[in-house]
Design a protein around this ligand. Structure first.
Ligand SMILES: [Fe+2]
Length: 259
């Protein structure tokens, strides 16, 4: 499989996005990168694919990845220093923030009650809610009861909500009424770039294109986890349909800033 990926040339296809706002490159805090070296390799591929900056988003998913905001922020500071000291001649994107990808699951209420959710905001303060933009994800297997209520409560509580990779949930189809209601409520959608290249299978690939066609997608993310994903990103960079998609559509990635 990797041999096939290698044959295509890496192109700076994602330069118009400027920023990647979804990746798991803080080592050993979730199912993402396993080492500094692995993160550096992935970051190099991201730079070659055109990204100037990246925002790290480790999983906050109790009890599987029971991360805490202050610990993640400490690790991030340390990681930035390590990257600077060890990058050598590599061209890599700037790291500009650490937030999180919060799973709406058993431990989420506790995160919410703590008031310590890590969020982005828009550069234009008029566009942003009081508590910022929160990246959330759902279970990839089963639709959780009360999911719509949780999203609505988050919005009522002063958060803007970005739903990560809606195309990956098997219980939503191309014209899902639940997703349509989310859009009416002002929920932002972030599609994974690799979905357009079939990395997660045909169903996700079709829905990714359909959601863009529906006008539902404001953000694109790499959701990089490790070197295998990095090879897949290189492959995606030379997919003609993806090149056209990035050229023809305006995405919000570059309008995010740190809190
Ligand atoms: Fe993710």
């Amino acid at each position: 499989m990797f041999g096939l990926f290698r044959k295509k040339k890496t192109l700076p296809t994602f330069a118009p996005l400027v920023t990647d706002m979804h990746c798991h490159l803080l080592p050993l805090v979730d199912d993402g990168s396993k080492s500094l070296e692995e993160s550096l390799e992935v970051m190099q591929a991201m730079r070659e694919c055109g990204f100037e900056e990246i925002r790290l988003t480790p999983h906050f998913n109790y009890p599987r990845f029971p991360n805490k905001a202050d610990d993640i922020q400490e690790r991030y500071k340390h990681f930035c220093a390590e990257v600077e000291a060890n990058k050598g001649d590599r061209q890599i994107p700037r790291m500009t923030s650490v937030t999180g990808e919060y799973q709406i699951g058993d431990g989420f209420a506790e995160y919410l009650e703590s008031g310590q959710l890590l969020t982005y905001r828009f550069a234009d303060p008029k566009r942003c809610s009081e508590k910022g933009l929160l990246l959330i994800e759902f279970s990839l297997h089963q639709k959780r009861m009360g999911l719509e209520d949780t999203v609505f409560k988050l919005q009522m509580d002063g958060y803007d909500v970005i739903l990560a990779h809606p195309e990956r949930y098997p219980y939503f189809d191309s014209h899902s009424e639940v997703l349509e209601r989310f859009k009416e409520q002002g929920v932002y959608f972030q599609t994974n770039i690799l979905s357009f290249d079939g990395f997660y299978g045909e169903a996700s690939q079709k829905k990714a294109f359909d959601y863009v066609e529906n006008g539902w997608v404001e953000f694109l993310g790499t959701d990089m986890h490790n070197v295998m994903y990095a090879e897949a990103l290189r492959h995606a960079s030379s997919n003609r349909k993806i090149i056209q998609l990035v050229e023809k559509n305006e995405f919000e990635n570059k309008n995010l800033v740190s809190r």
